[in-house]
Design a protein around this ligand. Structure first.
Ligand SMILES: *Cc1c(COP(=O)(O)O)cnc(C)c1O
Length: 517
């Protein structure tokens, strides 16, 4: 048990750590990201054999391969808890096949209807089990508070995942007025005794910068430790315990396609992923490294196309790039933190090169990789971007042709897959949100109303839930998940709005911890 241990991308961890420690630390000392010492390989037989197991056991197999230092009983409890009746489909992430050998991998059947659930139903369980293990081994005394800055999807998925988890509290900050009615109600109605939600005056960048300043404040960390025996931690996708669960569904999807007779065993497939922080597509890369027959990774961007430009030029440049608002807000991002893990792997694990590029990025807002790294990347990745109008057109086109309704993030990936794939190669498209999470933009798509046009008065007066009902009625695809359709009937628990500066955030954190006692 536990053969593979964890090192970091910037070479600061001298003695490799066990999985449990990497999960509880989240970020390595020095700012690097944890990665496994080596990538485990599975035979094609092992991979295809997964199709005979329920999803929870498929996950346990993959986690075991990555050297997770927990017992079979602990791992079994984590995976059956994470992937059970909290999903609305017992296959957990079923696939819908569309004409042209396109297979939509639906990652939104979890409690909050976005793909973040695939990881955030598991990470809190990893976290509390690992923390308990470390306490038992005398390596940890504090309890934890998770602090999350969100543009919408991550906050709710993290709240739902950490709700009522032992030894952990969670506080989420979102930009006040900057999330949809559905996203606001999902967070503001969150149940649980260990949760708190704050609106922040400002945009998502303000939330994130504020949170980062608080995380980096050593004096504050010391006072939380002295006064409350609490350590701050983060739930974003830099944590290996959040990335690893995402590898499972790519390996599992291949096994399923073979079992269903849709792909011949051993035939290569392409995978296309709507990309923001580079976590989801990086998981597909690791699935490929483990032996899943994946030919190319297709990276789909919206109008914030920094990753597409990077893959096509080898230069990552945000020195002169405006943040654009799009119908796919969870991909509106300039700094993609998981790219660092990909570069680490492509350079043959050269932590000095990574540290140098990350310093360039911090100082001059750009970096350029060397020729070999660029060539390695071009061998694996193709990338393209989709503009706002094309995104909405794609939703309408696919609905009218195939009767399949997609959310705007998924539509970006669908369009890029159509452009970049080769005809005889089956393609799996990561479908990352249920359409009803983004009903407003889906309504626009179906009615040909551009983003900057007003919705008709009677439509703009509807709540998010009411609008979804209208869309379901008009299209006949009446599958709005319960968690989204009940929102108007739940009591609003959290309405506090705070300033986005570090002092205001610290004050809110302390008030919450004081309240919890
Ligand atoms: C988070 C998110 C993405 C982007 O995923 P990354 O792992 O950050 O690249 C895409 N679509 C939806 C709906 C999301 O919530």
């Amino acid at each position: 048990m536990g053969e593979i241990r964890y090192v970091d991308t910037r070479g600061a961890v001298k003695e490799p750590m066990e999985f449990t420690e990497a999960v509880v630390h989240g970020l390595a000392p020095g700012g690097g990201l944890f990665v496994p010492e080596e990538i485990p390989a599975l035979s094609l037989e092992d991979i295809c054999g997964l199709a005979e197991l329920p999803y929870a056991q498929r996950a346990a197999r993959i986690y075991r391969a990555f050297g997770v230092d927990l017992t079979d009983a602990q791992l079994g409890e984590i995976t059956t808890g994470a992937y059970g009746a909290n999903f609305d489909d017992e296959r957990i992430c079923p696939m819908t096949s569309l004409p042209g050998d396109v297979h939509m991998l639906e990652l939104w059947h979890g409690p909050t209807s976005a793909f973040k659930d695939m990881a955030l139903q598991c990470l809190p369980r990893f976290f509390s089990t690992s923390a308990a293990e470390l306490r038992a081994r005398g390596k940890l005394s504090d309890k934890h508070m998770i602090l999350v800055a969100t543009s919408g999807d991550t906050g709710k998925a993290a709240l739902e995942g950490f709700c009522d988890v032992d030894g952990v509290s969670i506080g989420v900050m979102y930009p006040d007025g900057g999330v949809s009615d559905i996203q606001f109600k999902q967070m503001a109605t969150q149940r649980g005794s260990n949760v708190r939600v704050w609106g922040v005056r400002g945009n998502f960048d303000d939330c994130q910068t504020g949170a980062k300043t608080v995380f980096d404040d050593d004096a504050f960390a010391k006072s939380l430790h002295d006064e409350y025996q609490i350590a701050l931690s983060s739930a974003n996708s830099i944590n290996w315990g959040r990335l690893m669960p995402q590898i499972v569904y790519y390996v599992s999807a291949y096994a399923q396609l073979v079992a269903d007779g849709k792909v011949e065993r051993g035939t290569q497939i392409d995978v296309c992923v709507p990309t923001g922080n580079f976590g989801n597509i990086l998981a597909a890369y690791y699935a490929r490294r483990m032996g899943t027959p994946i030919r190319r990774l297709l990276c789909a961007s919206n109008e914030n196309r920094v990753l597409t430009d990077f893959i096509n030029t080898g230069t990552y440049d945000i020195s002169d790039r405006e943040f654009v608002k799009t119908p796919s807000p969870s991909m509106d991002i300039l700094v993609s933190s998981n790219l660092e893990r990909q570069l680490f792997e492509l350079t043959g694990r050269d932590s000095a090169a990574i540290a140098g590029w990350m310093t360039d990025l911090k100082q001059s807002r750009r970096f350029k990789v060397d020729r070999d790294t660029f060539a390695g990347m071009r061998e694996l990745y193709s990338a393209d971007s989709v503009d706002n109008a094309e995104c909405l057109e794609t939703i309408r086109e696919v609905f009218e042709r195939d009767g399949y309704l997609m959310d705007p993030h998924t539509a970006v990936a669908y369009k890029v897959a159509e452009r970049l794939r080769e005809d005889d190669v089956p393609v799996v498209v990561a479908s990352t949100a249920h359409w009803a999470k983004f009903g407003n933009n889906v309504y626009r798509a179906l009615h040909g109303i551009a983003l900057d046009e007003e919705l008709p008065g009677e439509v703009s007066a509807l709540t998010g839930c009411e609008l979804n009902k209208l869309i379901a009625r008009e299209t006949g695809v009446d599958n709005v998940p319960f968690g989204l359709s009940e929102l108007d009937d739940l009591p609003i628990r959290f309405t506090e709005v705070i300033d986005g500066n570090a002092d205001a955030i610290k004050e809110a954190v302390c008030a919450f911890l004081e309240f919890r006692g």
